[in-house]
Design a protein around this ligand. Structure first.
Ligand code: 5AD
Ligand code: SF4
Length: 449
């Protein structure tokens, strides 16, 4: 009998991408054959995000569409944060869904699917604080860089955020286990790892902190680039900053969620830092890591945010000079403290939209100005994949700039030195510099470019 097929569609953050790789691995080890699309698959899983209402609405729409692809007897399951948040109510909302499984339930997937495939409708949303899926062999989507979860859950309680409720309390993997996975990644031919955690720099396995982890991963022979996402400003101890600065493989890019530039709003968000505290963290990172590139996350329209608060966000964005920012309108999430703030403080959608536009324009203008100044400079890039629009490959510098290079003479997974020849304002085009092998520019020297 042929093996049952499984297709997983992933929404949300990189942690979800990594979880989907683990699910594919688990199911492949249990007799399932991963397939590329939903048409005719025996099992379709949608790995979901709950962070904003918009993310959930997209999934609801998609669940409706997926019904078309289901052959008789096929199972449609919902996994991830939205599954955790809504639990059995999802089964009521969508009658063609027969499995709901939260982020800590993937070990039981084969058994849960046996039940669902024999006609049961099942929900598994218990938290398991010991669960790191250590014995799973992930089936990775990416052939160039590997997502490695090092921590699950979150112990902060930012008042807007659903994640502590969907992913439970913070727990870290053992350092040895992360190192072993990194060694496997190298054996599989990859040279870049991205360490993942909700507040990744608070990593602690009981004996080792994030500084120890960066050093240990850096010691794995064959690893050339280490990235991590996302850190919390309060967890940048001197030890951690020192490790970023001194481990040559750690790239000169920090994604540092700011959320707001107003101390008053930050306090109501329970971010546990002020405007000045955030700026001080940036100063310490910049002092220690020459050329470090900063990106961020910002929310506009948080309850009670005034025009003056918002202008503080704009001014801090300008002062710091982020290379890029993910910007969001506040989205109230049931059960989070922000939803209990007085209704009179709600920022209207029209005001939030207008602020978002101004914020995006400010971020873009700053990035464009800095990027224009980089034309003509040379950088080491790693080619990540074919670009969506023909004849180009998408490559990245160590400090996370996107560079499009011509397909000719370049290979996905290889390192080159490129000269930046043009910019759209946010991304670059580049030409490979043939007389200068990338090897000479890589590692410690490039850290200070
Ligand atoms: N509304 C809008 N944006 C949010 N984020 C988290 N929760 C919400 C919310 N309720 C944003 C934050 C976070 C990023 C992953 O998503 O900026 O850093
Ligand atoms: Fe990732 Fe958070 Fe969305 Fe869950 S809710 S998928 S942890 S971004």
């Amino acid at each position: 009998m042929s093996r049952p097929t499984v297709y997983i569609e992933t929404y949300g953050c990189q942690m979800n991408v990594s979880d989907s790789e683990l699910m594919y691995g688990r199911l492949a080890a249990n007799g399932y054959e991963p397939v590329e699309g939903p048409e005719g698959a025996d099992v379709i899983l949608v790995n979901t995000c709950a962070i904003r209402d918009h993310a959930e609405q997209r999934v609801i729409g998609r669940l409706g569409e997926l019904r078309r692809f289901m052959k008789p007897g096929a199972v449609l399951g919902v996994a991830g944060c939205m599954a955790q948040r809504l639990g059995p109510t999802l089964l009521e909302k969508a009658r063609h869904v027969s499995l709901v499984v939260g982020p800590d339930g993937y070990r039981a997937l084969p058994a849960l699917l046996d039940g669902a495939r024999s006609g049961e409708r099942v929900t598994a949303t218990s938290f398991d604080l010991e669960e790191h899926y250590e014995d799973f062999a992930p089936r990775r989507f990416d052939k160039v860089k590997a997502w490695i979860p090092v921590q699950r859950g979150c112990d902060y309680r930012c008042t807007y955020c659903i994640v502590p409720y969907t992913r439970g309390a913070e727990r870290s993997r053992r350092l040895d286990d992360v190192v072993r996975e990194t060694e496997q990644v190298v054996r599989d031919g990859m040279t870049e790892v991205v360490l993942l955690g909700q507040t990744v720099n608070s990593y602690h396995d009981g004996a080792h902190d994030f500084a120890d982890l960066l050093r240990a991963v850096g010691d794995v022979a064959g690893i050339r680039r280490i990235r991590f996402t996302s850190p919390h400003p309060n967890d940048f101890t001197d030890r951690v900053i020192d490790a970023i600065a001194s481990v040559p493989q750690v790239c000169e890019h920090v994604h540092l969620p700011m959320q707001s530039g107003s101390s008053r709003v930050l306090k109501r968000m329970l971010r546990r830092y002020t405007r000045e505290g955030y700026a001080e963290c940036v100063r310490r990172l910049r002092d220690a890591i020459p050329g470090v590139n900063l990106t961020t996350d910002i929310i506009v329209g948080f309850p009670g945010e005034t025009e003056a608060d918002f202008e503080e966000t704009l001014s801090l964005v300008q002062e710091i000079g982020f290379e890029d920012a993910y910007t969001f309108k506040f989205s109230p999430r049931d059960g989070t403290p922000a939803t209990r703030m007085p209704a009179s403080e709600t920022v209207s959608d029209a005001v939030a939209s207008e602020r978002l536009e101004r914020l995006i324009a400010t971020v873009r203008a700053g990035a464009r100005e800095r990027n224009l100044r980089l034309l003509g400079t040379r950088h080491e890039v790693l080619v990540e994949r074919e670009a969506k629009r023909g004849e180009m490959l998408m490559a990245r510098t160590r400090d996370f700039k996107t560079v499009m290079i011509p397909v000719e003479g370049a290979t996905v997974g290889a390192y080159y030195t490129v000269e930046l020849t043009g910019t759209s304002g946010s991304t670059f085009t580049g030409a490979i510099v043939r007389d200068e092998p990338a090897r000479r520019l890589s590692l410690p020297m490039a850290a200070s470019c």
